[in-house]
Unconditional design. Sequence first.
Length: 284
Amino acid sequence: MKFSQPSADFYAPRGQDPLANLATTTHLGIGAHADDLEILAFPGIATCFQHPTNWFSGVVVTDGAGAPRTGPFAKTNDSELISLRQKEQHHAADLGDYASVLQLGHPSTAVRQTDRSAVVADLVKILETARPQVLYLHNPADRHETHIGVLLACLEALQKLPSSAQPKEIYGCEVWGDLDWVPHAHIIRLACHAPETLGPSLLRCFKSQVEGGKRYDRAALGRRHAQATFGNPTQPDSAPEVVLALDLRPLVQSKLSPTEFLSSLLDLFRTETIARLAKLGAKK
C-alpha cells in the first residue's frame, strides 16, 4: 500500500505483516498526532486489548514536527522529533497490542489547508482495506485546528465509500475540550474497561510529550474518571472510566455539514440551560 508522503510509516507489533493485520481491524482510530489515538480512541484500545477477536488499528495523520518541546527535548529539531514520535507510537502499539499503526507523515499545515485531497486519498485506501466496525475520530467541537482539519478529511473520505463499506459506529471523541456540555440525549458515554494502568502507560510511551512538559498521562486518566463520576448526579457510576463522544454518522450518511450539526447542539444546550434556570425561578 503506497501513500502520498514518502515518510509514511506502516507498523505491526511482533514483526507481523502490517497490511494483513490492517485487514483484521474491527476498531479503528484516526488522530492528528502521535498520542491522540491513546486519548480519543482509548475505548477501542481497551475493548480490543488482549481480546481474541477484536483488533484495534490506529492512523496518525501528521508528522508531529510542530509539537512543543522543553526539558530534555528542548533542543530536539523537527527531523529528530518526527523520528522520535514515530518510534514512540510503535512502542504504544506494542504495549497496547494493536493490530497495526499507520503514520502518514503529512505536515500539519497541509491538513489545515482547504485542499486536503492527498490526505483524503490516503484515508480512503486505509478505510477500504480495514473496513472497521467501529471508528473513532476527533469531534467537531475540538479546539485544535489541526484536529478539525483531520476530522474534515476523515468525513470526506468516508463519504467517498459505498454505504456497505462504512463503519456501523462512528464516534467523535474528546481531546482538546470536554464534551460534558452536550445535552444528555445527544452524548454517548464510551466505557473503558481495562486495567487502570493501561491508559497512563500508553501515554507514557510518548516521552517527548510527557517528559517535555505535557502530562497527558495524568490528564487523560483524570478526565475519564471525572466523566464516569459526573455523568449523572442520581445514579452510581456505571464504569470506572468514560470517554464522551458524539455520534458522527449523520455527518456521513445524510451529509449534514459539521457547522449545521454543531449549531443544532449549541442551540439545544442554550435552550435546555435557560429552561432549567427558568423552571427554578431565575429572573430573566
